[in-house]
Design a protein around this ligand. Structure first.
Ligand SMILES: Nc1ncnc2c1ncn2[C@@H]1O[C@H](COP(=O)(O)OP(=O)(O)O)[C@@H](O)[C@H]1O
Ligand SMILES: [Mg+2]
Length: 423
């Protein structure tokens, strides 16, 4: 079958790498892709918000299935665009319709969905400009720190955690007055939960689901989880503190009611669900939903899936996921992200990346790279994820770090302490 994968990051390279191992694939296109995906299939340089351009590719290249990597096209309704088109509606899209993508596209919708479906999450209320004063009163009832979340997509920058009550009130006002543009015209104010975070992933055909390996990512730029937030500096799977008992609670209290909620509310959903969780004492709570795989979580989760991914995706498309069997690799997979100097602030692009051919014992997933004549050059803040397997976390990390040192580009930076808080 001919496959079109949308996106250009490390997540998409990891998905492409795994898809490419299947016997079932015919032609494989990645749009727009990066220098890593170019070695696997054909990159097509389009803007993935341009649904008409995607439609022409699907028709001209006889695509049989479309896999959507990032959230934006899903929140913009690519799923519905396909369903409502006479030609495209026969082509399955791996990714939810707009109604399902609201689980990520609107934090207020997601919270309300969790409350309706009795899924454990921090208590909250949502406010708009006319209800600013009520918002301030709600803040007075909470204890610090205060959690303020822009309702809409804000590229991972829309959540503020503030210790001081007056500062929190002030920030609420600024958010409602457009601090994050229209994304913060509504703000979710919620109770702060104290615990340790992890992510659990499923693939669903809308009625049945398969649980994928869980992961923990490292979002801050600085060692010891300090400094600014990034897209993610590394990840580890499995997560040692997510034992059988805990994961059973996640399935019973969170995964099952989420899928049942989607069915009950007639939300069409085929694709990945990312459960951003926090473990408070021994209990899981949902921090957020994402409607796609995580990045860099995909770079440790996807390598651990032993089952043919195209097979799983076909079952997802055909509503037969219940029949599928999923197997994982028991070993630990870690990834370390090489980033550009200055990231997550300003950084330069176009730096030549050297020694990629000298890497052994790791899998390189390109995040922000492109080909420039015969060179691979940097093309983003996050540049390359170095994923490795080991019998334990230390063994896997030793391989990732050996290769993090071997790969060279001007301004290379990475965190030396991925997994520091895990045993
Ligand atoms: N209720 C909460 N209690 C404690 N920490 C929170 C809470 N909500 C969010 N956070 C912290 O803020 C981060 C970002 O929040 P999240 O809802 O995941 O938004 P996004 O990923 O869209 O920026 C979380 O990973 C977590 O560290
Ligand atoms: Mg998050």
């Amino acid at each position: 079958m001919n496959i079109l994968l949308l996106g250009s990051g490390g997540r998409e390279h990891a998905l492409a790498w795994k898809i490419n191992q299947s016997d079932a694939i015919g032609k494989f296109y990645i749009a727009p892709g990066n220098a890593g995906t170019a070695e696997i299939g054909d990159n097509i340089d389009i803007n993935i918000s341009d649904f008409k351009a995607i439609k022409s590719i699907v028709i001209n290249k006889s695509i049989d299935i479309v896999i959507v990597g990032p959230e934006q096209p899903l929140v913009d309704g690519i799923g519905d665009y396909f369903l409502n088109d006479k030609i495209l509606n026969k082509i399955p899209v791996i990714g939810p319709t707009k109604g399902g993508a609201m689980l990520e596209g609107s934090k207020d919708f997601a919270k309300d969905f969790m409350v309706r479906n009795k899924i454990p999450t921090a208590k909250y209320e949502s406010f708009t400009k006319p209800s600013l004063e009520e918002g301030k009163k709600f803040l007075e009832k909470l204890s610090p720190p205060y959690v303020l979340k822009a309702d809409g997509l804000a590229a991972g920058k829309g959540v503020l955690i503030i210790d001081d009550l007056n500062e929190a009130k002030d920030s609420l006002e600024k958010m409602l007055n457009g601090k994050f543009g229209s994304a913060s015209s509504k703000v979710v104010v919620e109770e702060f939960l104290k615990g340790i975070e992890l992510s659990v992933f499923v693939i669903t055909d809308g009625k049945s689901y398969k649980i994928l390996p869980e992961a923990k990512d490292y979002k801050r730029i600085g060692e010891g989880d300090t400094g600014l937030n990034t897209g993610g500096m590394g990840a580890v799977s499995p997560v040692p503190f997510a034992d059988k008992e805990f994961l059973a609670k996640v399935e019973e209290r969170i995964i099952k009611p989420t899928i049942e909620g989607l069915i009950k509310e007639k939300i069409k959903y085929k694709g990945f669900i990312f459960f951003g969780l926090i473990k408070v004492n021994e209990d899981p709570y949902v921090i957020e939903y994402n409607v796609r795989m995580g990045d860099p979580e995909a770079e440790v989760v996807v390598p651990r899936i032993k089952t043919d991914l195209v097979d799983l995706l076909k079952h997802t498309a055909n509503n037969t996921l219940q029949e599928a069997v999923i197997e994982y690799d028991d070993r630990t997979c870690t990834t370390v992200m090489l980033v550009s100097k200055g990231y997550p602030g300003n950084y330069q692009k176009g730096k030549t990346i050297r020694n990629v051919e000298k890497v052994e014992d790791s899998i390189l997933f390109h995040a922000g790279t492109r080909l420039s004549e015969s060179d691979i050059v940097t093309n983003g803040g996050r540049v390359i994820a170095i994923s490795s397997f080991g019998n334990n976390m230390q063994e896997a990390l030793a391989k990732s770090y050996k290769n993090a040192n071997i790969i060279k580009f001007e301004g290379k930076n990475y965190r030396n302490d991925i997994g520091f808080d895990l045993k």
